[in-house]
Design a protein around this ligand. Structure first.
Ligand SMILES: [Ca+2]
Ligand SMILES: [Ca+2]
Ligand SMILES: [Ca+2]
Length: 504
């Protein structure tokens, strides 16, 4: 028989519209994803999805119902063309930017964002530079999130190195076309712009799409940029022109004396340099005074990788600790293990020396489970909530409120999510998934004089908080092997528990 696809489609549509027209409920429909062609789906007068094999997608609505046909993408907008308009403070004159680096043939043919903090390994290149209007390379980043505040680095869906033209247009390596991507959004599109020595920015609002193009012009107001007043600036007062703030020679998101020191080292030299803030190939006072001097209060408001998740080495004793980001906190993922071994039964004391107990007085247990510390020792004999205690520089003994924040983030199964799974460091039954990565071990505790309890059955972690009025108790959390709960109480400061440090 002759199979006429278009006829089949028309017939099917008529059938489906018939179904639609007879539906009486007002349930809304969500288009379904279909992997193969030629079927439709109906359940309780509520949902239809239909594909015949044609590559185009159309959506029809009738009454409160939606019919979507064609090979369907997961429900979401596809980002294709992205048209970005932005100025850099340094090279900006009155209406446009200078192209001195280009004129002097100093712009590298390969994109310059391979190095930290960008670590972008794209192979964009252009030889020669394709347009005399090119000012410099920029790096465009797309993030898929519900808000700029939640657009963390983990929401990144794409990056592309591109050329910035003197009129503010960001174009591809051909020197003229807008940037092309191909990504389906799960949430909304936020666009970040990076430059070698200007503060990175990200759109404050989802970037709108018009005519199939996502379009963002950062140059028109402070409010186009997330926390614009803190990291973005007006460069042409009265003309309402705004630009990325210059002067960040080391690209750490902050304009401070470190950048000035770098500028000092390069002063008087020429070339394609991070210390040439106005991009005219000269490292001179003019550039410094125009940008760096005025940008002290500014810092990039783009959320950047925290560095959490990579091991941290405590240079006091060379001990390495895994770290883990949980919510907005960065925790050590191993128990603190530092100090001279004291035999349980002898109190740890304020003697200028960090002291630890090891379960059963065995160093090998400290190697696995970390040290056990009485509260005053853990606090380094401070009583200040949130103090560094015996944690390394840059870390502190968590406040009880910071434990509560952790537990609130994880929810009702927090104990399970905090514990290492399996029965190597817990006795069965161990109700644990370690979904958080915190990797709590059943380190047990010490009760003087010299008694050890609950190895592989309990983990306790001191906070730096005391109940009111202060006295002989301090807050801690503890976990047990046999359930997914976390207990948050106070207990005698003379007990010795584990210490988990939290990044400042
Ligand atoms: Ca800096
Ligand atoms: Ca300069
Ligand atoms: Ca001590």
């Amino acid at each position: 028989m002759v199979f006429n696809k278009n006829l089949m489609k028309e017939i099917s549509l008529i059938i489906l519209y018939g179904i639609l027209s007879h539906m009486v409920s007002s349930q809304s429909l969500t288009p379904e994803v279909m992997a193969t062609s030629g079927d439709y789906y109906k359940q309780s007068n509520s949902s239809i999805s239909f594909t015949l094999g044609e590559s185009s997608t159309e959506t029809h609505s009738a009454g409160g119902y939606i019919l979507t046909q064609g090979f369907q993408q997961p429900f979401g907008v596809t980002v294709r063309g992205v048209d970005v308009h932005v100025f850099l403070e340094g090279p900006f004159g009155t209406f446009q930017m200078n192209t001195e680096l280009n004129t002097k043939n100093l712009i590298p043919v390969n994109q310059p964002y391979n190095d930290p903090p960008w670590n972008y390994d794209g192979n964009e290149s252009a030889d020669p530079i394709p347009n005399p209007d090119v000012v410099d390379w920029v790096l465009i980043e797309l993030r898929d999130a519900d808000s700029a505040g939640s657009a963390k680095p983990s929401t990144r869906i794409a990056r592309q190195a591109a050329f910035l033209l003197k009129n503010g247009s960001v174009v591809g390596v051909d020197g003229s076309s807008i940037l092309q991507f191909n990504h389906v959004l799960k949430h909304k599109l936020f666009v970040a712009v990076w430059h070698r020595n200007h503060l990175g920015i990200i759109s404050a609002d989802p970037v709108p799409r018009e005519g199939g193009i996502h379009l963002i012009d950062f140059s028109t107001s402070l409010t186009t940029v997330y926390h614009g007043a803190d990291g973005y600036k007006e460069v042409s007062p009265g003309l309402d022109v705004f630009a990325m703030a210059g002067g960040d020679a080391n690209a750490d998101g902050i304009i401070d004396n470190v950048d000035k020191t770098l500028w000092n080292a390069d002063a008087g030299t020429q070339g394609y340099k991070a210390t040439d803030f106005d991009l005219d190939a000269q490292v001179n006072n003019q550039a410094k005074n125009k940008t760096w001097v005025y940008n002290g209060p500014y810092s990039s408001q783009v959320i950047v990788p925290s560095g959490c998740g990579t091991p941290f080495v405590d240079d006091r004793n060379g001990q390495s600790y895994n770290t883990v980001e949980i919510g907005s906190q960065c925790w050590m993922a191993e128990n603190l293990n530092i100090g001279a071994l004291v035999i349980a039964g002898t109190a740890q004391s304020n003697n200028g020396l960090i002291e630890r107990y090891c379960y059963n007085n065995s160093i090998s247990n400290c190697d696995i489970y970390g040290g056990l510390y009485q509260w005053d020792e853990a606090m380094a004999y401070s009583t200040m909530e949130g103090t560094q205690g015996i944690c390394p520089d840059g870390w502190h003994l968590p406040k009880n409120s910071e434990f509560i924040e952790l537990l609130a983030f994880l929810g009702s199964e927090a104990g399970s999510m905090l514990k290492e799974a399996g029965t190597e460091h817990w006795i069965a039954p161990n109700i644990a998934t370690n979904e958080s990565g915190f990797t709590a071990l059943g380190a047990g505790f010490v009760q003087n004089p010299g008694n050890f309890f609950s190895l592989k059955a309990r983990a306790g972690f001191w906070s730096s908080s005391e109940p009111f009025p202060s006295g002989v108790f301090a807050y801690y959390i503890y976990l047990v092997n046999y359930n997914p709960s976390v207990y948050n109480y106070n207990n005698s400061k003379t007990l010795a528990y584990s210490v988990r440090c939290l990044k400042d």
